[in-house]
Write a protein that binds this ligand. Structure first.
Ligand SMILES: [Zn+2]
Length: 346
């Protein structure tokens, strides 16, 4: 069967491979892949910045944003043939640490977790894949192809959950949120902010393309200029050092800044710690980072996608590429693109 693979840490090793079809273990689902979303992590894997093949193997199947149709399932379980599912990316470490032991593998303490399509476990960009019953999330058939957004949405569901937990350290009545960056992560962050009844502002350098209208359709404001703050929550979704420095300069009391984007290293941007410390201490501010998601967050994300306008979600998928000629284009960065999806079914 066809699969997109790399030799981890070897730039230029991306190829469309022919690999043996997997065999289902007793506790696993056998799944027909329908679609796989592409994100910056895939490009960084292809460029050789990180990534690890499964133990004893040289190549890694890519793909962590999945959507599949169940072909076979363990009898008596939650799934049956024909159900649509999304695979959970991170799996608990083998020790397991205290967090992995209770299903909070997104907060793993020893770093020995595995991740499908990233770290020591094959991803979902093969025509057929297997996944443990406990590591699959059922999705509504009505969502269609938009269900491929569940994995990135789970990361934002976790971010919002943690923002609210931090907010509840005191009286919590947030009104305004700023989202920096209108890529898929920023747009899903804005969707969930709007669903919470917040006045959402989205800042992005693009002034054309689909992003401004996608933001406005949420009832949110879109702009490219910088502001002076005035927020309860900032969701930083670019990872750009200059933008991080800008949002860390906000003086708003009780501000919660959530960092979701990874900065490309190294950077020349300098931060004067003294004024930042003064705003943090005197304003009870919190800055925190977040990555990944556990099952609870996938379920929260599934609810958020089900409540969203289906047409809006579908418009986030700006390119669909089949695993045929020119399939490599799926991994190219295209101006104005929001989410590229690889289609694995004919
Ligand atoms: Zn762990």
């Amino acid at each position: 069967m066809r699969a997109v693979t790399i030799a981890p840490r070897a730039p230029g090793s991306l190829r469309l491979d022919d690999i043996p079809a997997p065999r289902r273990a007793a506790d696993q689902l056998l799944v027909q892949a329908m679609a796989v979303g592409v994100c910056g992590t895939d490009r960084e894997l292809i460029e050789g910045h990180y990534g690890e093949a499964p133990p004893g193997e040289k190549r890694l199947v890519l793909g962590h944003e999945s959507l599949g149709r169940v072909l076979e399932a363990p009898p008596g379980g939650e799934f049956s043939a024909g159900d649509l599912m999304v695979g959970i990316v991170r799996h608990p470490d083998p020790v397991p640490c205290g967090n992995c032991a209770v299903g909070e593998w997104d907060m793993c303490r020893n770093g020995r977790y595995t991740e499908r399509g990233i770290k020591q476990a094959h991803g979902f960009c093969s025509e057929v894949f297997c996944v443990e019953n406990s590591m699959a999330v059922k999705v509504e058939k009505g969502l269609g192809l938009a269900a491929v957004l569940l994995e990135p949405a789970s990361v934002l569901a976790k971010a919002w959950e943690h923002i609210e937990r931090i907010g509840k350290r005191a009286r919590w009545e947030p009104r305004r949120a700023l989202v920096t960056g209108a890529g898929p992560v920023g747009l899903l962050a804005a969707l969930m902010g709007a669903q919470r009844g917040l006045e959402v502002h989205v800042q992005d350098h693009n002034e054309t393309g689909p992003k401004p209208s996608l933001v406005r359709e949420l009832g949110a404001k879109y702009f490219s200029r910088r502001t002076q703050g005035g927020y309860d929550v900032v969701m930083e979704c670019t990872g750009v050092p200059e933008i991080i420095k800008y949002v860390l300069g906000f003086q708003d009391p009780n501000l919660i800044v959530c960092l979701t984007g990874l900065s490309p290293a190294p950077s020349e941007v300098k931060l004067d710690v003294a004024p930042w410390n003064q705003a943090m201490v005197l304003g009870n501010q919190v800055v925190f980072g977040t990555v990944n998601a556990n099952r609870r967050h996938y379920e929260q994300a599934a609810q958020a996608l089900a409540r969203a306008d289906k047409g809006w979600l579908e418009r986030l998928i700006t390119r669909k590429i089949r695993l045929g000629d020119k399939w490599e284009q799926a991994y190219e960065k295209v101006r104005g693109d929001v989410k590229t999806v690889i289609l694995l079914e004919d």
